[in-house]
Structures are given as structure tokens and as C-alpha cells.
Write a protein that binds this ligand. Sequence first.
Ligand SMILES: *Cc1c(COP(=O)(O)O)cnc(C)c1O
Length: 408
Amino acid sequence: MIQVNENYLKIQASYLFTEIAHRVKAFQESNPGAKIIRLGIGDVTEPLAPAVIKAMSAAVREQSKSATFRGYGPEQGYAFLREKISECDFAARGVKVSPAEIFVSDGAKCDTGNFQELFGPRVRIAVPDPVYPVYVDTNVMAGRTGVQKNGRYGGLVYLDSTAENGFVPDPPSKPVDLAYLCFPNNPTGAVATKKQLEKWVDWARREKALILFDAAYEAFIRTPGIPHSIYEIPGARSCAVEFRSFSKTAGFTGTRCGYTVVPEGLKAWTSKGEPVELRQLWMRRQTTKFNGCSYVTQRGAEAVYSKEGAAQTKKTIDFYLENARLVREALSSMGYTVTGGTDSPYLWVDVKGDSWKFFDLLLREAQVVTTPGAGFGRAGEGYIRISAFNSRANVKEAIARLSKVLAR
Ligand SMILES: *Cc1c(COP(=O)(O)O)cnc(C)c1O
């Protein structure tokens, strides 16, 4: 009799976005004429930059001739891309990350989900609440938690991100070996200052703990002085792994490319206390289970760093940030307290009540889809997330409808 991994059965039955889709579908069916505006799911809407399309087209043509055809590439990613990443994402900010420390992949969801494979079954884990569900669910699947009760898994340390701490929690006071951080944050849109990240790095070094730092929204940071990389903090190379993605940076959600930085010298320990290089372990994991991101896609990602590509992608991000600013101003002027939307495509709105009720109200009265904060964790209750990924016309229409409904 073939047995299942019963850890999978511990995962919350109704996945957040499935429930949202279900409610939206039900509303659309009973209101066939309604023009619904979706400011819910975090997916980009603008096309790839022309420079990216040009580079990918050229790469497709290379694949059409035997002289330039490429089969399996290096598992870590092509050197041409890793060198560009090292130079433009890190050296340009005064941060040392060598191409050998960069692992190109097909996205940050896989990497943030897979990285936990490198650790023992009993490591103690801290996650922020509200949280991007991937960090939690992959550890549940791996059997590192108990069952779920009232939206929380036994064995995990939850770090509440609240208005009181500015949505940037302090390091845990309980013993923890592994902590997930995400800044600019999904879902709250909050960013962490250098001082706040220094606290985390000091904690991790003291505890011989590891920080898994998700910087998928780094390109949205506009406030001067806000760190774009955890490695801007002295000492972070010895206690942090960083995940990046071209998904939100350059519209690659459907094209698929991301990367992970595992610094040389970064260590975890065996049960006997012997140090092990995490870079070697991740290399082993990737070469065993992953065969690389496509050549065509990596040429597209490389073009994001060209002069034209960088200007075009920045323009698109500025466009989303302007959407965010418009929504933020409108809601603020209606008396709502809004976090995010300045260095992030997400706005985290205090709705002063039940988040699913508020979600239903906006769907019913304004035909605007948002994301109820409760879906991201217990501390998300009382908030909704609004995404700025949409056309300007839809954003303006959504604001007009929200104003009518909420100004009453
Ligand atoms: C969108 C997103 C990612 C990126 O996922 P990809 O797999 O690269 O598309 C990573 N982390 C967070 C928090 C995200 O919201």
C-alpha cells in the first residue's frame, strides 16, 4: 500500500487565492454585467521591455542553427548573466557578491521553497506574520511543524508585523535557528531600515542562526538609505542567503528567472558541531535536482542590465509606483491608514474590522478585488492588501468606485 506524506495533509485546505477566485466567480455569475477590477493577486500586467524581447528573439534564432545551438547549460546559470548580476545588482551598490556565489534559477518561489532542504529536520524556524505562504508551507511539507490550530502551526515561531513595530518585527527572543525575512515586504509593503537589519544580522551571528532574505521587490525601493540587499549590512555574508527574482523587477512572472546568493564562507553545522559550507550543499542540491533556466530566458535577463533594458524596466516600475501613489493618496484622504506603496507595489490598508467582510464589501459594492489580510496570517486580520499591478485606467476607475463606497 502506497502511503502519502501526511505532512501535506496539514496544509490549510482552502488556499487563499483559491478562496478569492471562488468568491469572485460566484459574484460574477450572479452579476454577469459587472466589470470587475482585480487588485488582488500579485502578478504584473505590463509587457516585457523591448530590450528583453530583442535579446530573447536573438537567442531563439541562435537556437535555430547548429553552429550556435545550446543544449544543457551550466546548472548555476551562464557566466554572462552571473557576471552582470554581480556587477550591476551588487558591486554598483558597493557590495561584494562574486559570480561564483550566484545561482540562477527559474524563480524565487522555487528557491525560497527549496532552500529548507539543506537543514536538519528539527531546526527551529521563525516566520513573520503576515507572511508569503511559501516559507511556511514548504517547512510543513518537510515535517518541521506540528498541526495547524487557529491558523498557526505548532513548532513555528511567529513574529507579528504590526502597526506598533512599523511592520518590521525584532529578532525572536526564543531560540531560533532559521528566520525568513522579506523586504520590501509582501504583503505589507513595509521596508526595513539599515538599523533594523543590523539588529537582525547581529542576532543571527550571535545565535549562529541563518537569515533567508527575500528581496524580490528590491527594484521598487526609492527611499534613499533603505538597503536593497542584506549584504549592505556588515557581517551579513556570514549569516544570510538572499533571494532575488526578475518577476516583479522586469515582468518575468511568466518568463521565469531568478537567482539566489549563497556567499562563500557561509556555514551551517552538523550535529557534532562540524561546519559545512552552505554554498557547497546548495550546489549539490541544484546540480542533482535542477537543470537550469533556459538559455533564451537568461539572455532576456541579461538584457535587463543593458542601458536600454535598465531604463525600460525602471520606467515600468515607476509606472506601478505611480499607481500605488494614486491609490495610497485616495485611501489616505478617506481617512484610512496605509502602509507601503512608496517602495513597494503593495498597499496594506487598515480596514478597522474583519478583512474578509471588507473584501466582500469591496467586491459587492465596488466590484474591486483585493486580498484579505487574514489570508496571510493571524496578524494580517484587520487589513487588506491592494496591488498596484494594473493599467492606469483600471486603477483610476477602481479609485473612483472605492471613493463612492468608502466615503459614505
Ligand atoms: C512574487 C514573489 C516572489 C517571486 O517569485 P518568482 O517565483 O520569482 O516569480 C518571491 N517572493 C515573494 C515574496 C513574492 O511575492
